[in-house]
Design a protein around this ligand. Sequence first.
Ligand code: FAD
Length: 322
Amino acid sequence: MGKIFFFIEAKDGELKKISYELANVARQLGEEVCGIFFSPSASIPEGINGLGASRIFSFTAQHGIYACEVIALELVKLIEMEKPDFILFGQTPMGRDLSARLSATLGIGYLNDITGLRKQNGGFIFTKPLYAGKIISEFVFTSPSPSVITVRPNIFNADVQSVSEVNVDTREVNFSSARAIVKEIIAKPVGMVDLKEADIIISGGRGLGDPKGFDVLFDFAKAVGAAVGASRAVVDSGWIDHSHQVGQTGKTVNPSLYIACGISGAIQHLAGMRTSKCIVAINNNPTAPIFKIADYGIVGDLYEVIPLLKRELLKIRGNPQG
Ligand code: FAD
């Protein structure tokens, strides 16, 4: 396999983790790895060399932040000229938007939300979970290349592979023909640490008893540098904002440590966190389904367990005061 393109995402001048993950997937698919970057400002994010791409196609537009149809048309021209085998996007809001339009405009193969791939008979088999992770399905492309793929965040490794020199090809995009332009993005405050980028997540469910229980979780999270997640039951009850929800209809996360506090472990919740590297469950019901997937299970009242856990974690980190 030859040339692979991947779409780079950045925020506030810093590359997002998904960009590194896509670069690593691209390297598994082919030898010539090229990045595509779009930014309203002409500046290239720091650390772009760490993606290991030999070439970066950088698009910039002056009047507006984003216009899917115009950017997709520019990508069509690029792809027709460069003829990559695969174009990879993150399964992110921008990745989903652009990838779908691009594949529809070109009339080419499209597979979304992959979580795995392997080589077979000179081609590739891609895997993705269906029905909230109850089954893992396998796909091969039967259409001629190029093909468009979106990759689920926080699944593939985000190793940095530096190259000494990157050839950046900068192009202007003109938004004047766009029927819809994003002019401004107002971010919702999501707490201390972004859930999708977090290395430690402490999640709370109905077992917290009432919304004030989240004060205990936020305090714990602040002390150990974690993000706070939640089950849908508590989001639906209005105890915490939907931006914290983990699961099938919330966010998919893959931290090093996921601590589920008072969460029963419904399949829809597991769909968003089962790939976490280490899962700790605190639940007062020893038969709660969450224990089936937990690496460490603590049977007990979360309000007794959390202070002890916090104290021990801080001791390990050399900060016994908290
Ligand atoms: P419960 O199931 O009520 O569990 C509470 C747990 O807390 C129990 O296990 C109990 O033993 C324990 N507990 C109680 N008191 C304590 C205590 N003092 N100390 C320790 N443990 C205690 N859910 C999601 O989370 N995310 C989703 O994205 C999502 N999407 C859905 C999509 C669809 C289409 C549907 C139908 C459902 C979805 N759900 C989702 C809901 C899901 O099915 C469950 O209802 C929900 O996850 C349950 O939340 P919970 O674990 O907080 O509550």
